[in-house]
Design a protein around this ligand. Structure first.
Ligand code: FAD
Length: 342
């Protein structure tokens, strides 16, 4: 059982900044995210896009903003459960909550802050008859630890940046990489397309375009895939492989949080914005893109503000008898928030 003061569901920019604000109040945080990395939409959807409306940064790439947020919260040593979706919540008699993930990891905290953005990103799966049989048995929808694929045969399907980038990366890790895409043209960055073409030319990647995986085979675990290159099914070929990784993108869904008894309006969680972004269940807050209230704007800056007020309220809930006196992170430029000399 992982125990913490504030359990944050969603490690997007809002969830990450909440760790900083909680840290100033000496509250510990643990974050759960369905994705294998932190950063939410910024990392998953547009890491290389510049953002122009973060105060103090005339321009910052979304991926760099996430790196900076991670650096900023480092002193507070937050815990992370990544690659697992928060599935269920249970309130105990002592008022604390237990949140269990898709992999059965249990977390306990007096405060739960849902910073789930547009929801958890669910992989788009190919329509293959026996796909489920091989999930976690050779079929994976995201790559958490590339070492799993060392000296193994890997078939990747997809035409976007993820499929290209992982094919390039795994070319030096796996014993064999085959990239299969339905079209001759890729949607990813031109530079990545050129790299893949180069790796194909020097024999480090097998490129099958146009092509499609139409079947999976194997006794208990995946042993081979069937590739269709032409409209004539009689010309299908079988390729031995240890892994099949379809990277067809992710689509966001509010998912199991929608069944937690929270008031939902237009696929977002209703909160009290006049006070502290608490939901209809005391002790559960919703901050960032996942919430709704009159005048709501889905912007990173608004998520930061909401996270700040949420933490102040959480402190009052955890320590109802303590009077919190707001302090600035630096006083006269002498010490930093973590006590370091400035
Ligand atoms: P998210 O970034 O969506 O993160 C939520 C996280 O919660 C996700 O990682 C998700 O996997 C996780 N999650 C959800 N449910 C669960 C669950 N049940 N279990 C585990 N994890 C879960 N905003 C700006 O301010 N400026 C811009 O220039 C800007 N440009 C944008 C450009 C694009 C293309 C897009 C798509 C958005 C842009 N935005 C911009 C909006 C901005 O990205 C969002 O406002 C911001 O990401 C919201 O942050 P968040 O942390 O609330 O949610």
């Amino acid at each position: 059982m992982i125990q913490t003061d504030i359990l944050i569901i969603g490690a997007g920019p809002t969830g990450l900044f909440a760790v900083f604000e909680a840290g100033l109040l000496k509250l510990k945080c643990h974050l759960i995210d369905a994705l294998p990395q932190a950063g939410g939409q910024c990392s998953e959807l547009y890491p290389k896009k510049p953002i122009y409306d973060i105060p103090g940064f005339p321009e910052v790439l979304a991926g760099d903003l996430v790196d900076n947020l991670m650096e900023q919260i480092k002193p507070f040593q937050p815990g992370f459960t990544l690659g697992e979706r928060a599935e269920t919540i249970e309130k105990l008699e002592d008022g604390t909550f237990i949140v269990t993930t898709s992999k059965g990891t249990k977390h306990q905290a007096p405060i739960v802050a849902i910073a789930g953005g547009l929801g958890s990103f669910e992989p788009r799966k190919p329509q293959l008859e026996n796909l489920e049989k091989y999930e976690d048995n050779g079929v994976a929808y995201m790559i958490k630890d590339p070492e799993v694929y060392r000296n193994k045969k890997v078939v990747i399907a997809g035409g976007g940046d993820s499929a290209l980038d992982w094919s390039i990366f795994l070319a030096d890790v796996a014993s064999e990489v085959t990239l299969v895409h339905r079209r001759n043209e890729f949607r990813g960055a031109l530079d990545s397309v050129e790299k893949v073409q180069h790796l194909k030319d020097i024999g480090k990647i097998n490129l099958v375009t146009p092509g499609e995986i139409v079947g999976l085979q194997g006794e208990k675990k995946l042993e081979s895939v069937i590739i269709r290159k032409t409209a004539n099914a009689a010309e299908d070929v079988m390729l031995e492989t240890d892994f099949f990784i379809p990277l067809f993108g992710l689509s966001p869904k509010l998912g199991p949080i929608a069944d937690w008894g929270l008031e939902i309006e237009k696929n977002a969680i209703k909160v009290d914005n006049a006070l502290d972004y608490q939901t209809n269940i005391p002790g559960i807050y919703a901050i960032g893109d996942v919430n709704t209230y009159p005048g709501k704007l889905k912007l990173i800056l608004c998520g930061f503000h909401e996270a700040t007020l949420m933490c102040q309220s959480a402190y009052q809930r955890i320590f109802p008898d303590k009077k919190y006196v707001m302090k600035y992170t630096t006083v006269g430029g002498v010490t930093g928030f973590d006590g370091s000399k400035k």
